[in-house]
Design a protein around this ligand. Structure first.
Ligand code: NCD
Length: 304
């Protein structure tokens, strides 16, 4: 049985295949409308979500399947003290596949050990978010028509941002990738990502706290919000939350074909005056998320 816990669970070939299927789904929606008839997806969300949960549910519905689940720990038996292991064991009797989001790093791995159905990690604490990364890769492929030879600026909360960790892990496997890591010193990329991913794969990267310093070199600018829920102390959050605000002025030296991405939700880090710039891709990105999740569900359920 296949699961998706970490983006490293997928080879480059498997990722390419998912991207191809997602692109085919975008062109031929009717062909896929009944592929999951009679199947159910359970969404077990112990942490807030808008895009991830609803795009998973929309994905399953567009494949002709059904959905069930909960959208907060409070409305599930987790609030009575039930373990993740027991919950997934039970849900495996009600659904064919589970997408799960949990505030604890590693919770989806615990789920895999007890689950009789495929588990998809829809975000575990400040650790990983592989389906956001698949969304990001589909976005880059559709907008830039390549996944290699790119200079990628990643800005904001690189410490707690799980989408950042999974994106760097994935992109480090492609040729000729360069990263510009833009963050305040308190929110720098964790050492394990530097050592085990960037340095191990000889990836060209630099760190700066200045958003404009390398702007003219970037092919992609991936903005992220400061992850309020992972802070231990409210004062630190308040001090750092508006550290970066991308606006039209800051884009004046940027390439004409820059692709501006953001996993969303946006708080203040991109000014709304950027939204009508043709380089703003973040709302399109959210849309791509549904199609790549359709491709992933088909793959994990081994639907031909
Ligand atoms: C991200 C997440 O949950 O990590 N959101 C998402 O899934 N699109 C990013 C965030 O919450 O900042």
């Amino acid at each position: 049985m296949k699961h998706l816990i970490d983006i490293k669970n997928l080879s480059i070939e498997e990722i390419d295949n998912l991207i191809n299927v997602a692109q085919d789904i975008m062109k031929n929606k009717e062909k896929y409308a009944k592929k999951c008839e009679g199947k159910k997806l359970a969404t077990l969300f112990y942490e807030p979500s808008t895009r991830t949960r609803l795009s998973f549910e929309a994905a399953m519905m567009e494949l002709g399947g059904n959905v069930l689940g909960f959208s907060s720990a409070n409305s599930s038996s987790a609030s009575k003290g039930e373990s993740v292991a027991d919950t997934v064991r039970v849900i495996g009797g009600y659904a064919d596949i589970i997408a799960m989001r949990h505030p604890k790093e590693g919770a989806p791995l615990v789920a895999v050990m007890k689950s009789e159905v495929p588990i998809i990690n829809a975000g575990d604490g400040g650790h990983n978010h592989p389906t956001q990364t698949l969304t990001d890769l589909l976005t880059i492929q559709c907008e830039k028509h390549r996944l290699s030879s790119l200079t990628i600026g990643i800005c904001g909360d690189l410490k707690f941002g799980r989408t950042v960790h999974s994106l760097i892990t994935a992109m480090s496997r492609y040729q000729n990738i360069k990263f510009v890591l833009i963050s305040p010193k308190e929110l720098k990329i964790p050492d394990y990502i530097k050592k085990d991913i960037l340095e191990k794969n000889n990836i060209d990267y630099c760190e700066t706290n200045n958003l404009e310093e390398y702007m003219s070199e970037l092919d992609i600018l991936y903005m992220t919000r400061v992850q309020k829920e992972r802070f231990f102390n409210e004062d630190d959050y308040i001090r750092l939350k508006d550290y970066y605000i991308l606006n039209k002025e800051k884009l004046k030296n940027a390439k004409k074909d820059l692709c501006i991405m953001h996993p969303l939700p946006r708080v203040n880090e991109i000014s709304t005056d950027v939204d009508d710039d043709e380089r703003a891709c973040y709302f399109k990105q959210a849309k791509y998320g549904k199609y790549i999740r359709m491709a992933l569900i088909l793959d994990l359920l081994e639907v031909k």
